[in-house]
Design a protein around this ligand. Structure first.
Ligand code: ADP
Ligand code: MG
Length: 893
């Protein structure tokens, strides 16, 4: 045990000062101790007892500890709770004259810098986002320590923080690192707040140094092909992140395998709301089950599973790359026997990507090497199978799979089949690998044989059947004789220890052999350890090749998964075009299609048909239809087949959704505010190649505000932007726009009404829906008949009242010329953040009818009228004003 003098706490405080924002795990003997506020926090997070040091002192120091052997469990809990932990070990030997053991920091654990499966889970990932801000641009890199992969991006212009936010939501990194100066930037802080559970860290590293770090990595990984200057800020971010990770791991350089430089236009962009609402990788409730990823995952390996997620979150924009994936799937679907064989070859293959990282960090044990050789042993067969496919992509993925045959042979030849977890206690190498090892083992084996014989011989010679030869750490080997027989013990037995029921002895001969056994055994173990380190080093130099093999296997796994899915569910190969069409026949929702009675639906967008206004009752299937359209498009561009009988898709650059009403109470925004921010964001960023899904926009406010906004948003999307847009709405007033806006068409979800009972057909057809059916839906929900009847009457009344506010009717104000300010223009043109609360100009309090009259009045041009026409117009207005003032006709009947 370490000394408990006051010096120890000084030591503690000194280390704590160096790592102020982390919890210190301070090794003391068999425990890692926490002190002061760390102890209080640790006790709470880990559910362990809070005690104190020097209990009798005036100000006892709070203390809590965890046993060394289960420290990983506790580390995991701390880090998952978002804390950073500095682990501090005891130096093994005190320097001369030292009273207390030195402590050295061995590593800092943070949520985004982990690589151990035991800490992040096999399918989990612990991404680190690293950000650098420049005047009009920002660099973002995402680093996955567990696989050594990094992605660098750079965003420029006013929407750069929006893009940053999207990427954060897309990849949900566990931690973000930036400089302390950038960390207090306003826009940056608002992004950080938006990402759940993101832990923020700061790290300083000069711009010059950042680039050096990247260059250094590229050298070791031999990836000179990357153009460092094309995305300098992205690269700087990457350098900052890598420098941060190496500072945590206390190593010179992080094993980075690959830096992918990405351009915004390489991938379909999916904004945060879309990612959430479409439930691509998790449901709105945060669960995996029910997400698109879960529904289509037929992968066989963890590396494949992670890559499938990447593909889904990063649909391609390049027609040729998409076609390559489609062709590979086609060829696999056609050859279902081969598909099954490849999949069985992949079955339970260990995670080579993570294993190569363990190697790079010198953390691999003999079992890991066996797992690597097991995986490598399948490569020749895998390569043979993919080559048979004669598909270009598959064959290129098969290339190089067998590069490490020699490594496999060595491992297989040298290591036993089931080596132990630890690498210090021998039992790793086969016999015949190393002569000295065999000799040492033989001697230690001889010794063990002699022991066995000795025990038997002595039992017989002394006539003590219960005599035993035993071993313990303190006394080594000894003979144990129960008290009853001690009188038979010969002179040459020397007593070593007395127990209640027995005596323990040794002899000269036993001591001699003990020496041989312990020495030879220990030396054999040491030798094995050295041999293992040598072998591991030989494998380690190949770790980046191994990682490349892992990526190829992962891609094969994903293609097989997509093929298997298509085969099982009869999905078809979509055709991809570079135009504005979106033509899906009998499309299904990829997650819901398995439910009984799911009704397939068509959708058609074309050059002159780009806005579809979808009406129909609640529960009619509108939201499902919207989602399935987006999901099919995403699947198609991710390279997958799709749930439809035919699909022709013009490349979509961005998908936007505004689905359902939800309050964002966390940031104190009302439903309406959230909705308007999202809509503003869509109008700002959508292009003519985007797909926009609007579900019930305008719901969060009073009817006319909402209607007016829905209406003008429709006009903007259809006329100015020209994005393919699908708008599900309960504002029936909008259906009249069909004649007004050339590219706008009405569609509706069908219902059958029999004896005032509704049946949802879930079929989408051309044309508007007659009625909102809201009252019928309410009756289905079980509202009392009297309430329903009253509601029917009121509905008729209200509809007549609102007659004036129908799209396509007379007297609609003309669109304002561009640039003329209006409320919406304000929303659209300014960067909206939560601090700004717009003051909404209040409209004059006119009824719709009054407004209608005013419109008509202002439409009259007296100069162009004969006196007779002027008089007629005046009478008409008067009659209208009086006629409508009365109660509606039906009240009198
Ligand atoms: P809406 O948005 O019109 O209120 P939803 O899309 O939320 O309707 O769907 C309502 C219900 O109808 C859901 O339970 C959904 O599973 C079911 N549904 C939707 N579309 C279909 C379909 N095409 N076939 C069968 N059931 C469907
Ligand atoms: Mg809905």
């Amino acid at each position: 045990m370490a000394s408990k003098g006051p010096g120890m706490l000084d030591q503690y405080r000194a280390i704590k000062q160096e790592h102020p924002d982390t919890v210190l795990f301070f090794r003391m003997g068999d425990f890692y101790e926490m002190f002061y506020e760390d102890a209080v926090l640790g006790a709470e997070v880990l559910g362990i007892t809070l005690t104190s040091r020097d209990k009798n002192a005036e100000n006892p120091v709070p203390m809590a500890g965890v046993p060394w052997h289960s420290v990983e469990d506790y580390l995991r809990k701390m880090v998952q709770a978002g804390h950073k932990v500095t682990v501090c070990e005891q130096a093994s030997d005190p320097l001369p004259g030292e009273k207390i053991l030195r402590r050295v920091v061995s590593r800092v654990y943070t949520p985004g810098s982990l690589y151990e499966d035991s800490l992040i889970g096999e399918d989990g990932s612990a991404l680190l986002a690293s950000v650098v801000l420049k005047s009009d641009s920002l660099g973002l890199a995402l680093l996955d320590t567990s696989t050594g992969r990094a992605w660098a991006q750079q965003f420029t212009g006013p929407s750069r923080f929006d893009r940053l936010r999207d990427e954060m939501l897309r990849w949900s990194p566990a931690e973000l690192v930036t400089t302390s100066k950038d960390a207090i930037n306003e826009s940056m802080r608002s992004v950080i707040i938006d990402v759940d559970g993101l832990s923020l860290s700061t790290h300083e590293c000069s711009p010059k140094r950042r680039m050096e770090v990247v260059r250094h990595h590229l050298d070791i990984a031999d990836l000179g092909s990357i153009d460092l200057d094309s995305r300098p800020h992205g690269m700087e971010a990457c350098g900052l992140g890598a420098s941060y990770i190496s500072s945590l791991h206390l190593i010179d350089s992080v094993p980075l395998r690959e830096i992918s430089v990405e351009d915004d236009s390489d991938y379909m962009s999916l904004d945060q709301t879309t990612l959430k609402n479409l439930e691509l990788t998790q449901t709105l409730l945060g669960e995996r089950v029910g997400s698109l990823l879960h529904a289509i995952d037929q992968t066989r390996t963890w590396m494949g599973r992670r890559m499938l997620k990447e593909w889904l979150l990063r649909p391609l924009m390049d027609k040729n790359r998409i076609a390559e994936r489609h062709s590979a799937i086609s060829s696999l679907v056609r050859a279902s026997k081969r598909l099954a064989e490849i999949r069985s070859c992949l079955q339970s293959m260990r995670d080579l990507e993570r294993l190569s990282t363990r190697l790079a960090y010198d953390r691999a044990n003999a079992r890991d090497l066996i797992a690597i050789s097991d995986a490598l042993s399948r490569m020749p067969r895998l390569q043979g199978l993919v080559n048979e496919s004669s598909d270009g992509l598959l064959i290129s993925l098969g290339n190089g799979l067998t590069k490490l045959e020699s490594i496999r042979t060595i491992i297989e030849h040298e290591l036993v089949e089931e080596p132990p977890h630890t690498i210090r206690d021998g039992g790793i190498f086969r016999i015949g690998i190393n002569e000295s090892l065999d000799e040492l083992r033989n001697r230690s084996g001889e010794g063990k044989d002699w022991l066995k014989g000795f025990e038997e011989r002595e039992r017989e010679r002394l006539n003590i059947p219960s005599l035993k030869v035993k071993f313990n750490r303190q006394f080594g080997y000894f003979v144990e004789v129960t008290k009853v027989h001690t009188d038979k013990v010969p002179k040459e037995y020397r007593r070593r220890q007395t127990l209640t029921n027995a005596e323990r002895y040794t002899t000269d001969e036993l001591a001699e052999w003990e020496d041989i056994i312990l020495n030879a055994g220990g030396r054999a173990n040491d030798l094995e350890y050295r041999l293992f380190l040598e072998l591991r080093e030989r494998v380690k130099v190949q770790s980046s090749v191994l990682s490349q093999i892992a990526r190829n296997v992962a891609a094969i796994d994903v293609l097989c998964s997509l093929a298997e899915q298509s085969r099982r569910r009869s999905w078809v190969r979509p055709e991809i075009f570079e135009d504005d069409r979106l033509d899906i026949i009998a499309g299904r929702h990829p997650v819901l299609e398995e439910i009984e009675g799911f009704v397939p639906n068509d959708i058609q967008f074309a050059k002159n048909r780009k806005f579809l206004l979808l009406t129909g009752p609640n529960m009619g299937g509108k939201s499902t239809y919207l989602r399935q359209t987006a999901l099919i498009s995403i699947l198609a561009q991710a390279g997958s087949f799709v749930p439809a009988s035919k699909a022709r898709i013009g490349l979509i650059d961005r998908v936007f959704t505004r689905v359902g009403a939800h309050d964002d109470l966390r940031r104190g925004r009302s439903t309406f505010m959230v909705e308007m921010i999202e809509v503003a964001h869509i109008l700002r960023r959508a292009t003519s190649r985007s797909l926009v899904l609007l579900d019930e926009v305008g719901r969060g406010t009073s009817t006319f505000d909402g209607l007016a906004i829905a209406w003008s948003v429709t006009e903007d999307l259809a006329k100015r932007i020209g994005a393919r847009s699908l708008f599900a709405t309960h504002y029936h007033q909008l259906v009249g726009l069909e004649g007004e806006i050339e590219s706008l068409f009405n569609i509706h979800v069908q219902v059958a009404e029999i004896n005032r009972e509704l049946t949802f057909l879930h079929t989408v057809s051309e044309g508007p829906c007659d009625d909102s059916y809201g009252v019928q839906v309410a009756s289905l929900a079980g509202l009392p008949t009297s309430v329903i009847e009253r509601a029917r009457d009121l509905l008729i009344f209200l509809e007549q009242q609102a007659e004036g506010a129908r799209a396509g009717g007379k007297g609609i104000p003309l669109s304002r010329p561009n640039g003329q300010s209006s409320l919406f223009g304000w929303m659209v043109n300014s960067e909206i953040n939560s601090e700004i609360q717009p003051s909404i100009p209040s409209a004059p309090l006119l009824s719709d009818r009054q407004r209608d009259l005013l419109e008509r009045l202002s439409a009259l041009d007296p100069d162009m009228m004969t006196p007779r026409e002027a008089l007629d117009a005046l009478y008409a207005l008067k009659a209208e004003e009086q006629g409508k003032e009365k109660m509606p006709d039906w009240v009198e009947e």
